[in-house]
Design a protein around this ligand. Structure first.
Ligand SMILES: Cc1cc2nc3c(=O)[nH]c(=O)nc-3n(C[C@H](O)[C@H](O)[C@H](O)COP(=O)(O)O)c2cc1C
Length: 179
């Protein structure tokens, strides 16, 4: 109730209930929804507000299948209606740091995953980084320059089932004042 009063109920619900979704119906993901997801991604915090990222939107079925072929844990891309590849751009990051570019692009990715859930879509982080073979595959499928790090591919679609939330809260992970 207090959450509702503070107006954060929806945001917290989306954060707490988000799950990785790996099976999708044949229903399309419309372009307005894709734009909203990209806006959510670009709303993320970045070191010194550098926003060192780029996003590649893919809806072509052949390309989604091609991506799936070279990503051992990304076979669900073949069933996705769309995907967003999140790229980290070290050249645009604070201090041209590839570490910071990856951290910043990770923030964007999490925003997209939460926003997808909030919009009733299913999504999952499919890793490219830090595996050189997977990054090479994603680079070659989408003509991504070598200076750009393909962080992950996010398959998107309407979920076939709604997964229950998992409670991952572990008090033993929390330290007070000192380790
Ligand atoms: C860095 C990272 C890499 C991941 N890579 C994959 C992947 O390649 N394929 C996949 O199906 N899920 C991948 N996941 C999703 C995790 O498996 C998932 O988040 C975890 O099992 C917890 O489940 P939940 O997202 O439903 O809470 C990845 C998640 C992260 C954060």
């Amino acid at each position: 109730m207090m959450e509702q009063e503070r107006g954060v109920g929806d945001a917290l619900r989306a954060i707490m209930n988000r799950r990785s979704v790996r099976d999708f119906t044949e229903s399309e993901v419309d372009s307005e929804t894709l734009e909203l997801l990209l806006r959510a991604g670009m709303a993320a915090p970045t070191a010194r507000n550098t926003q060192p990222w780029s996003f590649i939107v893919v809806t072509e079925h052949g390309l989604l299948e091609g991506l799936a072929e070279g990503l051992p844990y990304g076979k669900m891309l073949g069933k996705a209606r769309a995907a967003i590849t999140v790229c980290a751009l070290p050249e645009e990051a604070n201090g041209q740091s590839s570490e910071l570019a990856v951290v910043d692009a990770t923030c964007a990715t999490e925003n997209i995953l939460i926003a997808a859930h909030a919009l009733g879509l299913g999504a999952v982080w499919v890793a490219a980084y830090p595996y050189s073979d997977r990054m090479a595959h994603v680079r070659s499928m989408m003509q991504i320059p070598d200076t750009v790090i393909p962080l992950c591919v996010i398959p998107l679609g309407h979920p076939t089932v709604v997964k229950p939330p998992i409670d991952k809260f572990k008090p033993e992970k929390i330290h007070r004042e000192r380790w």
